[in-house]
Design a protein around this ligand. Structure first.
Ligand code: FMN
Length: 258
């Protein structure tokens, strides 16, 4: 944050105009955003590709004490284009893309089967940072999903074994019975297979980094993949110097009005 002028008070939640300042409305209005010491972000010094910047910001979020920085919003759309969003965990980010896991039969699984595109949203208020990732979603081979489950806790395996995600549950008692059985099996068979458990990989076309600023001069840096690596605005925008023709590694960087 640049300290060239006194910092104005942080924005309270928007007012509805006529709503009385009591109860929920007053509580809502008392909330603040960007009301903390925010880091500087110089987009001119940003790396040529989004992945290293994502890794830097993730490490910064952890160091700043951001709770659960590895959780993110995942937006998908159904066959008619109607959107939905939910929170999932980030299982990895690398040159293949951003990895997450879920059940193929869930609502999101059905969405991704009919429209293999999604968007991810990270919000790390400890540093006033938001990251948006959009692109095509692919399915990792089944052995990757098996390894993903093996690498996690018995609780994660038990939860996956319960399955039936997003189906209607007739009673909580039914869940308790299924969960007890799943925990028993997870302890007896730590390698138990869960065929519906799937690792998805979002291969981004766009990644946007937003740095909040108390003066409302928020910085938005968008990386957009260029189909032609020679069309990249910044010479040398290639991930692998030995593979300069790989278009997956060519990115254009642009600032956006906040
Ligand atoms: C912090 C948090 C992390 C979650 N992580 C996952 C996850 O990694 N995978 C998953 O399938 N659901 C996860 N969920 C549950 C989802 O938000 C959602 O309830 C579930 O996947 C069903 O979504 P759907 O009906 O849209 O398919 C998580 C929920 C929370 C609150």
């Amino acid at each position: 944050m640049s300290a060239d002028a006194p910092i104005p008070p942080a924005d309270p939640a928007p007012s509805t105009g006529s709503a009385p300042s009591t109860g929920f409305a007053a509580l809502l209005r008392s909330q603040r955003v960007w009301d903390t010491d925010l880091p500087d972000f110089d987009p001119a010094a940003a790396p040529a590709r989004p992945l290293p910047l994502f890794e830097q910001w993730f490490a910064g979020a952890v160091a700043a004490g951001q709770t659960e920085p590895h959780t993110m919003s995942l937006a998908t759309a159904d066959a008619e284009g109607r959107p939905d969003v939910r929170t999932v965990m980030l299982h990895g980010a690398d040159e293949e893309g951003w990895h997450f896991a879920s059940h193929t039969g869930s609502r999101k699984g059905r969405h991704l089967a009919s429209r293999p595109y999604a968007a991810l949203g990270f919000y790390w208020p400890a540093q006033g940072r938001q990251i948006r990732v959009r692109g095509r979603v692919g399915v990792a081979p089944p052995e990757v999903a098996r390894a993903d489950l093996r690498a996690r806790s018995a609780g994660a395996l038990a939860s996956a074994l319960v399955g039936r995600q997003s189906e209607v549950l007739e009673s909580y008692e039914e869940l308790r019975r299924a969960s007890d059985a799943a925990w028993d099996r997870a302890r007896r068979e730590p390698d138990a297979a869960v065929p519906s458990w799937t690792v998805y990989v979002l291969d981004p076309d766009e990644v946007e980094f937003f740095q909040g600023d108390a003066h409302r001069r928020h910085v938005r840096l968008a990386y957009r993949r260029t189909p032609d690596p020679n069309g990249a605005t910044h010479p040398g925008d290639t991930a692998d110097p030995n593979d300069a023709t790989d278009p997956r590694h060519a990115w254009r960087r642009e600032l956006l009005w906040p």
